[in-house]
Design a protein. Structure first.
Length: 417
């Protein structure tokens, strides 16, 4: 592996991954007030580092499986949102149902209390990582008025995951409005309508909302943005607005991949753009947390960057349920699921869904996600010579993650379609 410094060629990229993670060159902290907003790495124990790595691997598994369901489409997900809802579910599951949930999200080797403590710590740390970046996470529990919850489950979801609790009538139209209003408020209006309809048969819903807004440490000059060609996987040429900036960034290139990190604020979060030299689908199939660590991004380089300006919205609809089943979480969706730690009433998950929003422009990035697990009754019986040029004009994967831990918050693929 080698740094990007000796290379002075134009990088035409077949894949881009962007991650929000805390990192950046030391001279990028140019925003006013950043001297009082120094980057403070999040310190993890050995077991917490292992959980973070496992969750990153789950993030790549999730993106791969969703991409396979609808190949060549631009997608944007929050693996963290799916993981947190799944962990809340695990607190109410027993037996095979529990084992499959933690297996699917890569956490079968860790006690549930350890996982709960990890997320309780991580959420607080992320929310305070950068005063100039808005990051918020909220959870809620919506239950039918006649559903009796186990005391320990309700206490754990409220204490550990700080979930708001609402007792409602799912057959009342006002409940639909109330749920959508909560989702909209927790995502700063970016997910204004999570549901068009709620089945009166709904017994319980667990909801997670994530919101991120960050300004680039070195903004893209607006007068440099112009239309240019983006090459899709099918070989089509599409006109896309591209932003341009020449700045000091962490970068890496070898014969197989080119990588650049674009920091926000004080560098605690960043977008990591990863683009392979060859087959996009093959490269996506091999991505892992271990692979991320192999790229040496310790050198701050002068990079002339050309990057798409875009907005995308994504709704997994029924697909997330299919994908999680493929990853091993099958029993939770069956009538004989064992959620006996939630209630004595038999329950199973009828819907697992996520909606997301992403906007990338010259000033920065705004992103949001709402993830929902909805229960029904079950039947449980037991180009400058001084700069390296990077042109992101081919399909790419994007991730948003925290820098010091590498935890992935959002992930997706931009294909131009």
């Amino acid at each position: 592996m080698k740094s990007i410094h000796p290379l002075r060629d134009v990088l035409t990229l077949n894949l881009l991954c962007f991650l929000l993670i805390p990192v950046g060159c030391s001279d990028l902290t140019t925003d006013d007030g950043l001297e009082n907003n120094a980057q403070m790495p999040i310190v993890l124990t050995k077991s917490q580092q292992e959980i973070a790595a496992a969750e990153n691997d789950f993030a790549f598994d999730l993106v791969r499986e969703v991409y396979r369901e609808k190949p060549d489409e631009t997608l944007f997900l929050s693996p963290m949102g799916v993981s947190i809802v799944s962990c809340m579910l695990a607190n109410g599951a027993e037996g095979k149902t529990y084992n499959e949930i933690v297996q699917a999200i890569g956490l079968k080797d860790y006690p549930l209390q350890q996982v709960n403590d990890y997320y309780s710590m991580m959420v607080k740390a992320l929310e305070g990582a950068d005063k100039n970046v808005s990051f918020s996470l909220a959870n809620s529990l919506w239950l039918a008025k006649d559903l009796s919850l186990k005391k320990d489950f309700r206490t754990n979801i409220g204490r550990i995951y700080e979930a708001d609790s609402f007792s409602v009538n799912f057959g009342n139209a006002g409940t639909l409005n109330q749920v959508n209003k909560w989702c909209s408020e927790k995502t700063s209006g970016l997910i204004p309508k999570m549901f068009d309809y709620l089945s009166p048969q709904t017994r319980l819903m667990l909801v997670n909302a994530l919101y991120f807004q960050g300004s680039w440490a070195a903004p893209f000059p607006q007068d440099q943005t112009q239309e240019d060609v983006f090459y899709t996987l099918s070989g089509q040429k599409k006109s896309v607005p591209f932003m341009k900036v020449s700045s000091n960034l962490y970068g890496y290139k070898d014969d197989e991949v080119s990588v650049v990190k674009i920091p926000y604020g004080n560098g605690s979060f960043l977008m990591e753009a990863i683009i392979p030299s060859n087959d996009f689908k093959l490269f996506l199939g091999g991505l892992s947390n271990e692979q991320l660590k192999k790229w040496d991004l310790s050198n701050c380089e002068k990079i002339s960057l050309k990057f798409p300006k875009f907005t995308t919205e994504y709704d997994t609809k029924e697909m997330l349920k299919v994908v999680l089943t493929q990853l091993g979480m099958a029993t939770a969706f069956m009538p004989d699921a064992d959620f006996s730690m939630i209630s004595d009433e038999p329950l199973h998950i009828d819907e697992f869904r996520q909606k997301t929003y992403l906007a990338v422009d010259e000033k920065g990035t705004e992103a949001a996600a709402v993830t929902v697990a909805r229960f029904q009754k079950g039947e449980f019986v037991g180009a400058n010579p001084e700069y390296v040029n990077m042109s992101f004009d081919h399909p790419f994967i994007f991730l948003i993650r925290e820098a010091s831990t590498g935890v992935i918050l959002f992930a997706g693929c931009f294909t131009g379609n």
